[in-house]
Structure formats: C-alpha cells, structure tokens
Design a binder for this molecule. Structure first.
Ligand SMILES: Cc1ncc(COP(=O)(O)O)c(C=O)c1O
Length: 439
C-alpha cells in the first residue's frame, strides 16, 4: 500500500513556511512549528467551499486518498488473497488494529475496527445482557446513535432509560460528575454518555465519570463521535469500559470507518457477546470478543488500512499540537460570537469556564435577542443562507430547553473547526453571518 506518509509530513513542521496568513491566536503559523497552510493544502475541498462541519464528516487528505486507491487496487488484483492472507487487508486486521490501538493508547487486542460510531455503540448495547428493570443512565444531550439502541433495550428487554439534564453552558466538572452520582440508583447497570456532546460541544469529564461508574460496579459506555482526531485520547488510562468513535469525522480518515475499544477484551469482564460477527462459536483463550467482532465477513480492508495510515498522518503533526490548534480555533469562534451577540448567545462552555469542558465544537445563536434560540426557522434560515449564498458548511443543533423556558427546545448554529481551517475561515464565517442576519 506504500509507506512514507510520516516522512512526507516532516517538512510541515519546518519553521521556514513564510509569514502567518493573518495575525492572531488562530493564524496559520501555530506553536509547535507546524505550517497549517501546508496541512490545509493536503485537503481537496471544492474551490470556494469553507468547510466547518467536521462534526458530521471530515475529509480525507490527498496523500491518504492515494493510499486508499492503491489499497483498493491491491484488493482488486487478488481479492481472496487480500481477504485471507494479506496482513494489512485481511479479515483479522491485526496490524491495523495494533497501530490504531497504539494511537488511542490502548492495548493492541482491545480495539476493533468498525464502520462508524453507530456500529460500535450497537455492538456494545446489543451485545450486553440486561434484565427487565435494569436502569441505564444517560443524558438529555445524546445522539440517536446512542438513543436508538437504548430504545431497543427499553422495548425488547424492559430496561429503564433515565436521562439527566445538562445545563448549558455547563457549570463545572464537579457539578457534572455530581449530576451522575445523584442519579445513580441500586438498579443502575450502565452509564452511557458522549465524550463531547454533539449539541453544545460540552466535553464531559470522562475519566471522572468512568471512575464513578467503576467505584459503584457500573459499566461505562462512551459515545466518542467527537473524540478521535480532536482530542489526544488516552482510553486505557481514562478507565472507560467501552468507547466507540468514527475515523471519518475529526480524524479525517476514510468514510465509514471507526473504532470500538473494549477494556480487557481478553478477560471480557462484562461478558460482551459478539453480535455482527462470524465468531461467537469460536471464542477461546486465543480468540477474544474483540477478535470475533472483527470477523464480519467481507469488510472494507482498503479503508481500514488507510485508517491506520491516518494515524501516521496525525502523528506527523502531533496529537497534542492538533488538540491545541483545534481548541484555539474554537475559542476564537466562541469569543467572536460573544463579542457580537453577548454571553447569552453561547451554549457551549464559555471562555471563562474550565478549559477541560470546551472542545472544537461551538454552538451559538447569531442574535442578541434571547428569544432567537427558540426560533428553529430563524437558525435554519441562517445556516441555509451560509451554504447557498456563501458556500460555508455549518450545521444546526437542537436540544431540550430548561423547564420554564419560552419554548421546548434550543436551536443553535454549530461550527466545527478542524486542522484544515484557519483564522481566515472564521473571519469569513462571521462576515457571512452578519450578511445573513442583516435582512
Ligand atoms: C454524538 C454523536 N454520536 C454518534 C454519531 C454518529 O456517528 P457515526 O456516523 O460515526 O456513526 C454522531 C454523528 O454526528 C454524533 O454527533
């Protein structure tokens, strides 16, 4: 499939890339010596498109597009050899799993390559055994990828799903952990929550919540849709039992790729059974539940090996450097929104809140009028105008409003700032919002 991606990225770290594109905290020449213009040049967005929606889909860099095509050609040349015997393309995926496990700081055998977050969450929630009356604790800010399998558990097995509210903006790490602690009952079997909420971009204190679960003998399932590629993941140390994430969002891997982390897959403490697998009859000391979940008939080996190469791409820049860059860009978005429309417009954690709660997602209403947040049509109109007139992709989100609010749900624009974005994209966004809200 070729190699040398990491080597080809080394020049990006050079300090001789010329002047920053624009001054300011989110200029292209960031700390760490990375020339962000060269990083952005690796992406092949349509001319004139400003892409601020990595929370839905990222984009595959050119080098990795080439690697993907090369892998597809190799598969096409001898498909059965590829499936049974090619160590990078074969069904077991041991080499790619080990590379990706290393990237998320997990033991090699504890990672399964999946198609997306949705698949990983369903593998866990459909593969665990619940009893009627068991309780699962989740939040009011979850995505349908988690709510859907929870709904199946409720309907089919009589599991009670309890949703705790999350104030927006969130107060503190301690308050969030306390919210879970208070809601736990003797029937609680699982805590299921997003690492970063798709609605407001609140980053949950994953290590603290998982430690709480562990201390009570409760299992933890994390929806990591906005983790991989945005945050420097340390899955083993954080102590979650299951973590499902995509390769195709912030990480900029190929479409329809993802990872599922299973803590201690070999001893399998929660007795997960492998659904969507050819391997449940083969489980043994040498074939773990993670290995069995990798055996799913034909899978997209060319995409999976490219996903492993995406880890090389990110490592060549630096995981911590990427996390800081994304955080700085997002802080610039939040700061600009508050400057224009006041503190009340921002539903993401504020800049004066604990930094650990913030993420690369920024959710705000482009208006100083507090009632605008309840006007779904207004927020959609602005998003549509940004796309159709200015070719800027953002998305809208919605989530339950607190009791006593003027409407049932809050509506926001959601902006994702990834490694291919820069301060100039943010300037363009706010100029376009000004135009879109002027009429
Ligand atoms: C929080 C969250 N979970 C799950 C998903 C679904 O992700 P995937 O496409 O990887 O299944 C999304 C998609 O936007 C999301 O925001």
């Amino acid at each position: 499939v070729g190699s040398g991606i990491a080597a080809s990225l080394v020049p990006w770290r050079s300090g001789h890339a010329g002047p920053p594109e624009r001054e300011g905290s989110a200029g292209r020449q960031a700390r760490g010596g990375v020339d962000w213009r060269k990083v952005a040049a690796q992406f092949s967005f349509a001319p004139g498109l400003t892409y601020l929606n990595s929370g839905s889909e990222g984009s595959l860099p050119r080098r990795l597009q080439e690697q993907f095509s090369a892998a597809l050609k190799r598969w096409s040349a001898s498909p059965s050899f590829a499936f049974f015997s090619d160590p990078e393309l074969d069904q077991a995926q041991k080499i790619n799993r080990a590379r990706l496990a290393d990237f998320v700081r997990a033991p090699a055998g504890d990672v399964v390559i999946t198609d997306n977050t949705t698949m990983g969450l369903a593998m866990v929630l459909m593969g665990l055994t619940f009893s009627r009356g068991d309780e699962v604790l989740t939040t009011e800010h979850e995505h349908y990828a988690l709510l859907s399998p929870l709904n199946v558990l409720a309907q089919r097995q009589g599991v009670s799903i309890k949703k705790i509210p999350l104030p927006s903006p969130a107060p503190s790490v301690d308050a969030l952990v306390e919210g879970f602690r208070r809601a736990i009952s003797p029937r609680t079997r699982a805590l299921c929550f997003s690492h970063v909420n798709w609605t407001t971009g609140l980053q949950m204190p994953i290590a603290e919540i998982c430690a709480l679960a562990r201390s009570k003998g409760i299992l933890s399932v994390v929806d990591g849709a906005h983790g991989l590629g945005m945050i420097d993941l340390d899955l083993r140390a954080w102590g979650c039992d299951f973590y499902a994430c995509p390769g195709h969002k912030w990480f900029n891997g190929p479409p329809a790729t993802g990872l599922l982390y299973i803590r201690d897959a070999r001893s399998n403490p929660w007795r997960l059974v492998p659904v969507i697998s050819e391997g449940s009859l083969l489980l043994s000391d040498t074939l773990t539940v993670a290995d069995a979940l990798q055996m799913r008939g034909s899978t997209n080996g060319p995409a999976f090996v490219t996903l492993a190469r995406t880890a090389d791409f990110a490592d060549a820049i630096g995981k911590r450097v990427i996390e800081e860059r994304i955080g700085r860009l997002a802080d610039e978005v939040k700061g600009k929104a508050v400057t224009r429309w006041g503190q009340g417009c921002l539903f993401s954690p504020h800049l004066d809140a604990d930094k650990r709660l913030r993420s690369g997602l920024s959710a705000f209403v482009p208006s100083a009028d507090p009632s605008a947040a309840y006007d779904a049509a207004f927020v959609s109109r602005v998003a549509d105008r940004l796309l159709t007139k200015h070719r800027i992709w953002v998305r809208t989100t919605m989530f339950p409003a607190p009791a006593g609010s003027p409407g049932p749900q809050i509506n926001t624009l959601r902006v994702s700032t990834n490694i291919f974005n820069g301060g100039d994209d943010i300037d363009r966004l706010f100029r376009a919002i000004d135009e879109a809200t002027a009429t």
